[in-house]
Design a protein around this ligand. Structure first.
Ligand SMILES: [Zn+2]
Length: 141
């Protein structure tokens, strides 16, 4: 790693497929994208071929605002992987557009001891190779 490169934590990268690339590569354009049912407008995540609400099969990727709320979190102190930033926050966030549309993620840009349930957050992306990992940071204003 070059001396001036920003330190990125170790990540086990997902296997990107035709079915999930809208999600893992949306960050290239700055968008958090989920499949959405064209019939009943339900966002479907993780990606599935059929809408769990209406069983419709016409699903297409659509961007959301990237705004979310922290539902729950834990602080990881155990150095499972080599990383300089312990402890760090592992959170489940709920996406603003739909109740129940949730992601497990890391919170960044915030001291771990300041993380709170109900905290408004905004997506940011951390690029590793051809994957843009969606992380969340406190939303201001
Ligand atoms: Zn549907």
């Amino acid at each position: 790693m070059a001396a001036d490169a920003p330190a990125k934590p170790f990540r086990v990268l997902p296997r990107v497929t035709a079915a999930n690339q809208h999600f893992w590569r949306g960050g290239e354009q700055g968008f958090l994208r989920f499949l959405r049912c064209r019939a009943c407008r339900t966002y479907v995540h993780p990606p599935a071929p059929v809408c769990p609400d209406c069983y419709g099969k016409d699903l297409a990727a659509e961007a959301v605002s990237g705004r979310a709320t922290v539902l729950t979190f834990t602080l990881n102190h155990q150095p499972w992987v080599p990383a300089p930033d312990h402890p760090y926050a592992i959170a489940i966030v709920e996406i603003e557009e739909q109740r129940g549309l949730r992601l497990m993620t890391n919170l960044v840009g915030c001291p771990p001891q300041d993380v709170r349930v109900g905290m408004p957050v905004q997506v940011v992306f951390e690029q590793h190779e051809d994957v843009w990992i969606p992380l969340f940071t406190p939303r201001r204003g």
